[in-house]
Design a binder for this molecule. Structure first.
Ligand SMILES: [Zn+2]
Length: 302
């Protein structure tokens, strides 16, 4: 199984039972020890330095962020200290201060410890959901944040529907072909990817199918390859903007690749020796991605 994936391994106690206690939440919002994880237009705040370290707001800066009109979400507790995510996107200027700057988490993620990466992914992902769920999908009335920011409730009188934070499940899979020298793996390239990057296949899960069925359907649709023996390998939050990547291995039962009717620019079988020779072009996916880990796991098996 794939362990210690980036953006997993959070150490915050999410304290879900306390989210619905308005009195307790109000105390934490006033508490001078509470800390703020700021997010500005999907970017997180970091202390400048050789390697990025998350910058939180505390003291007066935290007060100012928590007292304002910005969307805020109770993330959880580190011991007795409450952490809130605050969306400062409405500010014209980013909330940077001396020694801190904003970065896309995808730039900084590979350099962060797991707990920090998980916390920033949580803050970014849930605030993105708030921005995209401001109106009720059922009746169109505005929604309001309740339960510490973990539910948006419709304000339409006769509706009142509760909306929960949305995560889109996507399957991502390394398809292998048995053969001499350990066989080969099916890798693809899309034009919207980094130049020269080859990766495993992925796609969103559709209503009415299991994860394993989604794997088989996506591989067949995109490459014409039929698969069997679909095995779960691990999962990774991927709040870019709102996915959960669910990783699998599968074994091909047909081998002729066809990719002319889908999203792929190119797709082919690679041996381990060929993948080990990758440098810049062709190159492997980002080091923080489950795609990279699925390929690394396969490479290590010879
Ligand atoms: Zn409604």
């Amino acid at each position: 199984m794939l362990r210690n994936l980036f953006y997993t391994g959070g150490t915050l106690d999410r304290a879900a039972e306390l989210r619905r206690d308005p009195g307790w939440l109000a105390e934490r919002l006033r508490d001078p020890t509470s800390r703020v994880v700021p997010v500005w237009r999907d970017r997180n705040l970091f202390r400048s330095g050789d390697e990025p370290v998350p910058a939180f707001l505390d003291g007066d800066r935290a007060r100012a962020a928590l007292d304002g009109p910005a969307e805020r979400v109770f993330l959880g507790l580190d011991g007795d200290v409450a952490y809130f995510a605050v969306d400062q996107s409405a500010e014209e200027e980013p909330p940077a201060f001396d020694g801190a700057s904003l970065l896309d988490l995808r730039q900084a993620g590979p350099f962060l410890d797991q707990s920090s990466g998980s916390l920033l992914a949580f803050a970014r992902g849930i605030l993105y959901w708030h921005r995209s769920c401001r109106f009720c999908g059922a009746c169109g009335a505005p929604t309001e944040s309740v339960a510490g920011g973990h539910i948006r409730k419709c304000t339409g009188g006769s509706c009142g529907r509760e909306h929960f934070p949305r995560t889109d499940a996507a399957v991502i899979m390394l398809v292998q072909k048995p053969g001499p020298d350990g066989g080969s793996a099916l890798l693809a390239h899309q034009s919207k990817w980094m130049v020269g990057m080859w990766s495993v296949l992925a796609g969103f899960v559709e209503p009415g199918e299991s994860l394993e069925e989604a794997v088989a359907r996506e591989v067949l649709e995109e490459t014409g390859i039929a698969v069997a023996d679909v095995r779960y390998r691990g999962s990774q939050p991927w709040p870019f903007p709102a996915s959960l990547m669910v990783g699998f291995r599968a074994t091909a039962t047909t081998f002729d690749v066809r990719f002319d009717c889908g999203e792929l620019d190119d797709c082919r079988w690679y041996t381990r020796a060929e993948v080990r020779a990758f440098r810049d072009n062709p190159r492997l996916p980002r080091p923080d991605s489950i795609a990279r880990r699925l390929i690394a796991e396969w490479l290590a098996e010879e």
